[in-house]
Design a protein around this ligand. Structure first.
Ligand SMILES: [Fe+2]
Ligand SMILES: [Fe+2]
Length: 271
C-alpha cells in the first residue's frame, strides 16, 4: 500500500494553524528548480518524501508514548508535552509535504499504516513500556534527527528550504529531551522506579535502535543519487555529526539517567 496523506480543511485546518501559526508566511513559490540538475531535484523529492513519512511516524510514536505515559501515571505536564509534540509532528508533516509538492511531488513510499505505531514488550509493566518508547523515539530517534536537520540547514541555499528546516529545527530540541525527562521521573520518583534489570533491558534496546539508524552514517553515498545540497540533503560532515551524537547526545545522557550502554558496542556503532 502506498503512503498517502489526506487533508480535511475548514475548521480543523483553522484550529491547527491557530496553534501553529505562520505557515503562509514562508516563501512558497520561490524554489528556483530550473537552476539545479534534474537528478538533484529528483533526489530532493525522494529525501523530502521520506521526511514526510518520518514526521508522520514520529506523530504516531509520540501518540503511543502519550498513551503509555497516561497508563503509568506519569506527571500530567510531561504527558501534555508529549501530546503537544504530536501536533508539532503533524505540523511538520504539513510543512514537509507542501515543500515536497513544490519540488515536483512525492516519490512513492510503500508502507502499511497499520504498522506505524511502535511495538513494546508484551507483558512488561506500563512504566517499562512507556520507557521503551521514550528511549527509542526520543532519546535515540529524535537525538539523531537534530544533527541531521542542522547539517541540512547549514547546507541549504533555497530560502524556502531554509525556512522549512528552521521551523522543524525550532521544535526538535524538546522532542529529544522529553525521553530524558520521563526517565528522570521513572528512575527516581515513580511509585516503583525502574529496576536495575529494567534499566539494562532499556540499554540493550537503545543499542538495537542505534543499530537500526546506523545506515544513515555508514552507507556510502551512491554516484547515481547526487547530493541536492541546496535543497535539503546532507553530506559527510552530517554523517560525522550523527556519529558524534551517538556518544554525546545518546549514550552519555542515558548513562546519567542510569541506563548504561556497552561502551565497546557504542564505539562500534558510531564507527
Ligand atoms: Fe518533526
Ligand atoms: Fe521530532
Amino acid at each position: 500500500m502506498i503512503f498517502e496523506l489526506a487533508w480535511r480543511g475548514g475548521a480543523t485546518e483553522a484550529r491547527l494553524h491557530k496553534r501553529r501559526p505562520g505557515i503562509d508566511d514562508l516563501p512558497w513559490g520561490t524554489l528556483a528548480l530550473a537552476s539545479y540538475p534534474a537528478l538533484h531535484a529528483i533526489e530532493a523529492r525522494r529525501i523530502w518524501s521520506n521526511g514526510v513519512f518520518t514526521e508522520y511516524a514520529s506523530a504516531a510514536a509520540f501518540s503511543s508514548l502519550t498513551t503509555a505515559m497516561l497508563r503509568c501515571g506519569a506527571p500530567v505536564d510531561l504527558i501534555a508535552a508529549s501530546a503537544d509534540i504530536v501536533v508539532d509532528e503533524l505540523f511538520h508533516v504539513e510543512l514537509s509535504s507542501r515543500l515536497t509538492m513544490e519540488l515536483g511531488g512525492a516519490a512513492p513510499i510503500e508502507f502499511d499504516l497499520d504498522h506505524i505505531a511502535p511495538i513494546t514488550t508484551p507483558g512488561a509493566r506500563p512504566l517499562v513500556r512507556a520507557a521503551e518508547i521514550a528511549v527509542t523515539t526520543s532519546c535515540v530517534g529524535e537525538a539523531l534527527s537534530v544533527p541531521a536537520l542542522a547539517r541540512s540547514r547549514a547546507l541549504a541555499e533555497e530560502p524556502l528550504v531554509r525556512a522549512v528546516l528552521d521551523r522543524l529545527l525550532a521544535d526538535e530540541g524538546p522532542h529529544a529531551r522529553l525521553g530524558f525527562w520521563f526517565l528522570e521521573w521513572a528512575t527516581e520518583q515513580a511509585d516503583a522506579p525502574l529496576t536495575g534489570d529494567e534499566r539494562a533491558h532499556l540499554a540493550r534496546l537503545a543499542e538495537q535502535t542505534i543499530e537500526v539508524y546506523a545506515p544513515l552514517w555508514r552507507d556510502e553515498a551512491c554516484d547515481s543519487c547526487p547530493l541536492p545540497k541546496g535543497l535539503g540533503g546532507h553530506d559527510d560532515a552530517g554523517k560525522r555529526a550523527l556519529r558524534d551524537a551517538v556518544e554525546n547526545a545518546i549514550a552519555s545522557p542515558l548513562a546519567r539517567h542510569g541506563i548504561t550502554l556497552d561502551a565497546a558496542r557504542v564505539a562500534a556503532l558510531a564507527s
